[in-house]
Write a protein that binds this ligand. Structure first.
Ligand code: F6R
Length: 607
């Protein structure tokens, strides 16, 4: 999950390549590099760490050349050092790579036995050597790449330049995205349309196994059998503007605050408040024929799936299975006829979720996708696209995408219920009334920001933090724990509150804060009993509830966070706010890199 940009330009490319990398930094920020061809030779700059380090290096030592490739890395093979940073040069060949070459070890052994030496620990350098070996035999650049591609197993996107054909960038993809951009007298390659947005809006998406030779005048695309093919050129619609933080200290904070607006925007395209109905985009299949639902996603998006299970089962009375995508694809899932497969993804590029989607489609399952990036692979491949309108999410920790996904999931659950004749028009109207209240309730939740900030330094001292919830608040507990651990590096776990007695309660002592998510409602008393069992053992409880819940159970807690009183259906969307704010302020108190936490990347395009 790295980012790739390539430009075969009419004029100098280094600055534009760097700009493209800025748009791709969400894919990885361990190291970055650019290589151009200048006066028939490679010239390369690389830097460990964030892109700003590469930018600084380019100021000290600018790069000339009107053709070049660039890369931002999330390390898979080899530590995030400068030696392992891409581009990798071997003889007359330079390469950047996104993905994993799974058979790199036998290939590397073969190359070493052939007397070749390696300058890095990466799987990528193996590909550079394989191509260079062909080029050294006099094989033309394109043929050299075409000969090597079938030897590579795994998922990858590549961009290659060869000095024997210095006006061409050769790209290839299998299991990782690569797009071709068409310019005026120049052409481009990029991991996504966003990277190329300021350069061109005319984009072709390469298909699995395709490879391409991009020169100034021509783009020649071949399929995996080396037959010339055409791929449609589409208008990407991706914005060329670089997004800034506005008045906020971090993107994550800005994105938390955007939620009332973007959730309203998202809901606006699914509900008709005046008529009191929920409506999905037009579709070619009948939701009434659905007999079961399989939801697949990763991380935060998978918690939306878990909440969706509660909703779909409750409203539509359909059985729902939820899987994390990395497990789904390898456990040979049983997909019965009339299953609706749902994938949920902010990026639309998460490798495991994409593979799960393809598995469902190849099993004959109709698929729907709740996806934020409309140009993504998943958005293009699902049968029914259910877009979220969160706008670009830059902070690595997902916030506004999560609540927008919940909004769409609620709309989908209601549609399924109506299609299955489980919901009367009055009941639907009632649900729409509650959904309309969400943005205002989210704004009311945001008003507690300062209180939450004030309690953060105490939580920041903890080594472990536990989150508890019941029903749809159980996935919220998982989400709270994930958010806290990924940006503050504090160990945190979420539990279904009823499970505490079955083991986790042994962890409780007065040094372990217990965050309890408990809106008043049918499950409140049960959650509070579990909370009190923990309190009796010294737990330091922070209770997130409404005024009624806090009046009933706030005593003996170290802090309370008061949410507006909302219907249990919409509670997960509203309660996401304090959970996100708590993680955010704890991370700020700890001084971590909130928007780009260590070891992570925004889009996980490797397994
Ligand atoms: C956590 C987070 C991740 C993503 C996960 C799936 O804050 O952002 O857990 O939710 O990597 O990513 P998408 O939604 O792009 O498929």
């Amino acid at each position: 999950m790295c980012g790739i940009v390539g430009i075969v330009g009419k004029e100098a490319v280094a600055d534009r390549l760097l700009d493209g990398l800025k748009r791709l930094e969400y894919r990885g920020y361990d190291s970055a590099g650019i290589c151009t061809i200048d006066h028939a030779a490679f010239d390369r700059r690389r830097a460990q760490g964030k892109l700003r380090n590469l930018a600084a290096r380019l100021i000290e030592a600018p790069l000339a050349g009107d053709i070049g490739i660039a890369h931002t890395r999330w390390a898979t093979h080899g530590a995030p050092t400068e030696d392992n940073a891409h581009p990798h040069i071997v003889g007359d060949v330079v390469i950047v790579h996104n993905g994993i070459i799974e058979n790199f070890k036998p290939l590397r052994d073969e190359l070493i036995a052939d007397g070749r030496t390696f300058a890095s620990q990466t799987d990528t350098e193996v590909v550079a050597h394989l191509i260079a070996r062909e080029v050294e035999k006099g094989v033309p650049a394109r043929e050299a790449v075409a000969v090597v591609l079938p030897r590579l197993h795994g998922a990858f996107a590549l961009a290659v330049m060869v000095l024997t054909e210095p006006d061409v960038i050769i790209g290839a993809r299998l299991g990782a995205p690569l797009t071709v951009g068409y310019g005026d007298g120049e052409n481009y390659l990029g991991s996504d349309a966003l990277a190329l947005a300021p350069l061109t809006q005319r984009i072709a998406y390469l298909e699995e196994g395709d490879w391409v030779a991009v020169s100034r005048e021509r783009v020649e695309i071949y399929d995996r059998d080396n037959n010339p093919v055409e791929r449609p050129i589409v208008h990407s619609g991706a914005s060329g503007q670089l997004i800034d933080k506005g008045n906020h200290r971090h993107f994550m904070q800005k994105e938390i605050y955007e939620q009332p607006v973007v959730v309203a925007q998202t809901l606006g395209s699914y509900i008709r408040p005046l008529e009191g109905v929920v409506a999905l985009p037009d579709m070619e299949f009948d939701l009434g024929s659905v007999e079961r639902v399989a939801i697949v996603a990763c991380g935060t998006a998978s918690y939306v799936g878990m909440i969706g299970k509660y909703w779909i089962e409750q409203f539509a009375r359909l059985p729902v299975e939820v899987d994390v995508a990395s497990e789904f694809r390898y456990r040979d899932p049983v997909l019965l006829p009339n299953t609706l497969g749902i994938v949920i993804s902010q990026s639309g590029e998460t490798a495991d979720t994409l593979a799960a989607l393809r598995h469902m489609k190849s099993s004959g399952v109709t698929t729907a996708g709740i996806i934020n990036v409309p140009t993504s692979s998943m958005a293009r491949e699902v049968d029914l696209l259910l877009p979220t309108h969160a706008g670009p999410e830059i902070g690595v920790a997902s916030t506004k995408a999560f609540t927008c996904q919940l909004a769409v999931m609620a709309a989908l659950a209601v549609n399924l219920a109506r299609a299955k004749e489980r919901l009367s028009a009055d009941e639907e109207r009632e649900i729409v009334r509650h959904l309309v209240e969400v943005p205002a309730a989210m704004s009311a939740a945001l008003a507690h920001d300062e209180e939450i900030e004030a309690m953060a330094p105490a939580i920041a001292q903890a080594r472990d933090v536990l989150y508890l919830g019941r029903g749809p608040d159980y996935p919220m507990a998982l989400e709270g724990a994930l958010k806290l651990k990924e940006i503050s590096y504090i160990h945190a776990e979420g539990y279904a509150s009823g499970e505490m007695k079955h083991g986790p309660i042994a962890l409780i002592d007065d040094a372990v804060p217990l965050i309890v998510i408990a809106p008043s409602g049918p499950l409140f008393d049960k959650t509070v009993s579990n909370m009190q069992e923990a309190q009796a053992r010294g737990a330091q409880v922070v209770l997130i509830s409404d005024a009624e819940g806090i009046a009933q159970a706030g005593e003996g807690t170290i802090a309370t966070i008061e949410m507006p009183k909302v219907h249990p259906l919409i509670a997960p969307i509203v309660y996401a706010i304090p959970v996100q704010l708590l993680a955010y302020h704890v991370a700020v108190a700890k001084g971590t890199d909130v928007d780009q936490p260590r070891n992570l990347a925004k889009s996980v395009t490797v397994e």
